[in-house]
Design a binder for this molecule. Structure first.
Ligand code: SAT
Ligand code: MN
Length: 580
């Protein structure tokens, strides 16, 4: 089938198990895409929207987000999955999955999708095969990963044991019978019962984060939940920043930020995942993905005009509302006149302003290829990646955490990441708005023991020829009335500018035990609508709030058992002492 004996044998095994009506090796040729789309239209999987190659997909109403409690790491040892993952015994899992997948494709087409993650032809490139019975998954994989004949050539030249093998089945979409299982030792992924992005596009969270984090641990690199941007300073210097934020905390908006400050320019390489490896003179990064899978609600001409124009062509929208002239609509876009007819995300006839709840699902999405993006960096497809000058960690924090601060050293930087917390969002099922610790934004994505993961981050200091600076950022600070005090979005460039000036050594800092803060005179805040009190709150630290925060971090580390690296616990204690 692919001309690689061991892989072909595996594909034959899947055919025998799942019993499809047809088998198609899907390389997303123009003919294949045309046939796929017309088949999907016929079956009601997608419908055309107005504009050039814009499509709507409506998911099952219960299949709208990742389900962390149905996501499993099936390592041989439970201790390898660690305290934050759901573990399943691999043999037991295999037995259950074998049962679920038996005859599960009957009457359906089985798509075999060879894909690559990361630009082709470099040390970063990894190959995978996803087998699925979902045309929506096939169409999405063609946008989110690299597919095609060149990929099959690369796959042929790759060690078979390095190829990630993923098998996905739509199943009955019963939320209680949903399984996203990862086998790090055999590099396999089995996903049953959901067609939602993070559960079903196996190149994304399953391969590029959960399995890749294990591969990265074993090979001295990092697979992270990070955006990558290229910053050009007024003097023409290029710097690169990787930033970790939990899902739906504005990674896509930051990645596509258009600078309002004269002479500063931002270009995007990725908005969700970064693979980072030691290079000749530091840490190099690529975006393993080939597309954007962005949250639609809140994307507007004000928050992200770049994303908005990107979705004017060649885009699949999932679970958005549709206007009577066939345009996608979601909360955050310009309101329509009250009483205007509109279809909500489930296809119900509604009228605008009818008070019947959100029209688009809060986790509705757009899927567009990277090349749709007008501010894509020229380096986006460079197989060597770009050298990272700074790493940012951020979350939704209403209190305590200042707008921006710089770690004194790598250990404190790792502590920033390891103690990250954020209010939860609609990107995963469960309560929204609750503060939870989410180390490096990897809580749902680290494929191994989180304590070992902290250790691996610390050890990078010994592997890397030079270390990027590490910063903590917080765009979500609130006042006592619960009102956001920082305008965010475009104004975040002011924090980025300070970070850049710290990289180049152009500005000094106010040193505190929790990190280095900007000097008031270095903040070009004059053109921003933000009060003096707000600036004060955003750029200072409150010792009693921090005492509370440090205790909460200690408690969190304790909740992870005895294996959190001592270096991190010691640092928390040292900061407590320094704070007095
Ligand atoms: O929901 S996905 O995992 O596909 C995207 C995200 O949450 O970052
Ligand atoms: Mn994400």
């Amino acid at each position: 089938m692919l001309g690689v004996e061991l892989l072909d044998r595996w594909i034959e095994h899947v055919i025998a198990l799942c019993n499809p009506a047809n088998v198609e090796v899907f390389t997303a040729t123009p003919e294949q895409l045309l046939t796929l789309k017309s088949r999907m239209v016929e079956h009601g999987d997608i419908e055309p929207l107005s504009g050039n190659e814009r499509w709507l997909h409506r998911s099952d109403s219960t299949d709208v987000a990742r389900m962390e409690h149905r996501t499993f790491i099936c390592s041989k040892l439970e201790s390898d999955a660690g305290p934050t993952n759901h573990w399943l015994d691999p043999q037991l899992a295999a037995k259950t999955l074998d049962g679920l997948f038996t005859d599960s494709y009957s009457g359906r087409t089985m798509y075999v999708i060879p894909y690559a993650m990361a630009p082709l032809g470099g040390v970063f490139t990894q190959y995978g095969i996803e087998i699925t019975d979902s045309p929506y998954v096939a169409l999405s994989m063609a946008m989110m990963t690299r597919v095609g004949n060149e990929v099959i050539d690369g796959l042929n030249d790759t060690n078979v044991s390095d190829v990630v093998r993923g098998i996905h089945c739509t199943g009955d979409l019963d939320p209680e019978n949903r399984w996203v299982c990862h086998f790090p030792e055999s590099r396999e992924i089995w996903s049953f019962g959901s067609n939602y992005g993070g559960n079903a596009l196996l190149g994304k969270k399953c391969h590029a984060l959960r399995l890749a984090s294990v591969i990265a641990r074993d090979n001295g690199w990092l697979a992270e939940h990070m955006l990558i941007i290229e910053l050009t300073t007024p003097s023409g210097e290029k710097q690169h920043i990787a930033a970790a934020f939990p899902s739906a905390c504005g990674k896509t908006n930051l990645a596509m930020l258009e600078s309002s400050l004269d002479g500063w320019k931002i270009r995007v390489l990725g908005d969700d995942i970064a693979w980072l490896r030691p290079g000749p003179d530091g840490l190099y990064a690529v975006n393993p993905e080939f597309g954007f899978f962005g949250v639609a609600p809140g994307t507007s001409a004000k928050t992200n005009p770049v994303a908005l124009s990107m979705t004017q062509k060649n885009t699949v929208f999932t679970n958005v509302a549709v206007t009577s002239d066939g345009n996608p609509w979601w909360e955050g876009l310009d309101p329509l006149a009250v009483g205007t007819p509109i279809l909500d995300w489930q296809g119900n006839s509604r009228t605008f302003g009818d008070g019947g709840g959100p029209l688009a699902h809060p986790n509705s999405r757009f899927t567009s290829p990277l090349t749709n993006c007008a501010t894509l960096s020229d380096s986006w497809d460079n197989p060597s990646g770009v050298r990272i000058d700074a790493i940012l960690f951020g979350g939704r924090r209403p209190t305590t955490i200042p707008l921006v601060m710089e770690a004194h050293d790598w250990t404190q930087g790792v502590l920033y990441g390891a103690s990250m917390a954020s209010q939860t969002t609609a990107a995963a099922t469960g309560a929204v708005g609750v503060l939870r610790r989410d180390p490096m934004a990897m809580l749902p994505f680290c494929g191994y023991n989180i304590c070992d993961y902290f250790g691996h981050w610390l050890a990078m200091a010994d592997i890397l020829p030079s270390l990027p600076k590490v910063f903590s950022v917080n765009w979500f600070r609130q006042d006592e009335q619960g009102k956001y005090i920082w305008p965010g979005f475009g104004t975040n460039i002011h924090a980025i500018k300070w970070i850049s000036e710290r990289i180049s050594g152009a500005v000094d800092v106010a040193s505190t035990p929790v990190g280095n803060l900007p000097l008031r005179s270095d903040l070009a805040f004059d053109d921003i609508e933000v009060t003096e009190e707000a600036i004060q709150l955003l750029t200072s630290i409150d010792a009693s709030a921090w005492a509370h925060e440090l205790n909460a971090i200690t408690e969190f580390f304790r909740s992870l058992g005895d294996n959190v690296p001592e270096k991190l616990c010691d640092r928390v204690n040292a900061i407590k002492i320094d704070l007095g």
